[in-house]
Design a protein around this ligand. Structure first.
Ligand code: ACO
Length: 319
């Protein structure tokens, strides 16, 4: 049993922070950040909680889909930066939407939305769900060391969501992979205050090897697009839209060059939002849908990659 995407939604916090504003307290500049990353600004939570963003994106996706929360059979949320470790972010979303279906989170870092979509597809394939809300919401600004100019300039906060329904020809192809590596990109968890703990815990802030992520990202996108096209028995040139994880403009432009696809088929949102981790893909998909860039029958390749090192790809046909 395949699925159809009924609708999408997205949300950003109100406060926009420009590169120039960051240079007021960091030894950096708009010129450095923009030329190395393609980022001009990011939106950051001030009064909003992550629950607020996740609920706003979900409500929009439900409204676009013409689905009421009471009709949902499952809510899967992708996040690594939830307002609470317990309960799952998805449970808070369910409560605020007034849904009564099962709800849980998936953690696969920046590839999380694609992994969550695969989980949702599995529920539909097993006949356990007909309508599923998948929401990715991230407050990356709470995981950053704001004195580290090499990382804090790259990220922002945001959410994206999609409602899928049983029936339809999706997926045309799907592929998930993990190249186990717990160091390249990492945010340590709670330190706690156990009187028995003698080892020193690492501070709970994001650290990464930027150059390794860069190479990994370009290869992950290119290998995944070729795999998806080959599995669906179509040519890469026959894919109408590419929705890749938005980590860095230079990763996107190198991938475009290597794949030989037209530049304007690759959606870009990171100039305005920075890297919003697993929310990048549904946010960009929603942007495409809202700008009427998607036509019925169009093919869309989603590729997410990130800590893990996880990579997830879906080849979809728009309704
Ligand atoms: N402003 C000014 N200077 C800076 C900044 C900054 N914000 N950040 C680093 N620098 C300096 C460094 O201190 C260094 O100075 P030095 O030569 O005096 O030591 C110099 O710039 C070069 O630093 P590098 O880290 O080598 O810079 P690089 O060219 O590799 O660019 C970047 C860093 C942008 C992170 C790059 O490695 C990259 O794009 N990596 C991809 C990773 C990525 O985008 N991650 C996002 C999250 S991961 C994910 O989503 C999967």
């Amino acid at each position: 049993m395949g699925f159809t995407i009924l609708g999408t939604g997205s949300a950003l916090p109100k406060r926009r922070v420009s590169n120039d504003e960051l240079s007021e307290f960091l030894d950096t500049s708009d010129e450095w950040i923009f030329t190395r990353t393609g980022i001009k600004s990011r939106h950051v939570c001030t009064t909003e909680s992550l629950d607020d963003l996740a609920v706003a994106a979900s409500e929009q996706a439900l409204q676009t889909s013409g689905v009421d929360a009471s009709q949902l059979d499952l809510i899967v949320c992708s996040t690594t930066t939830g307002d609470h470790l317990v309960p799952a972010e998805a449970c808070a979303v369910a409560e605020r939407l007034g849904a009564t279906c099962p709800a849980f989170d998936v953690s696969a870092a920046c590839a999380g939305f694609v992994f969550a979509l695969d989980v949702a597809e599995g529920y539909i394939a097993r006949g356990r769900a007909r309508r599923v809300l998948i929401v990715a919401a991230e407050q990356m600004t709470r995981a950053l060391d704001w004195t580290d100019r090499a990382t804090c300039v790259l990220f922002g906060d945001g959410a994206g969501a999609a409602v899928i329904e049983a029936g339809g020809e999706n997926p045309l192809a799907v592929e998930l992979s993990t190249s186990p590596d717990a160091e390249t990109l990492r945010v340590p968890g709670l330190a706690g205050s156990s009187p028995y703990k003698t080892a020193q815990d690492r501070e709970s802030v994001l650290s990464m090897n930027g150059r390794r992520v860069f190479k990994f990202g370009v290869n992950a996108i290119c290998d995944m697009v070729h795999k998806l096209a080959s599995d669906a028995s179509i040519a890469v040139e026959d894919i109408d839209h590419f929705v890749f994880h938005q980590a860095n403009e230079r990763i996107l432009s190198q991938a475009v060059k290597r794949l030989g696809v037209p530049d304007d088929c690759v959606v870009r949102t990171l100039r305005e939002t920075g890297n919003i981790s697993s929310a990048c893909i549904p946010f960009a998909l929603d942007r495409l849908a809202r700008t009427n860039a998607l036509n019925a029958g169009d093919t869309i390749a989603l590729v997410g990659f990130g800590a893990g090192l996880d990579v997830g790809g879906y080849l979809l046909r728009w309704k």
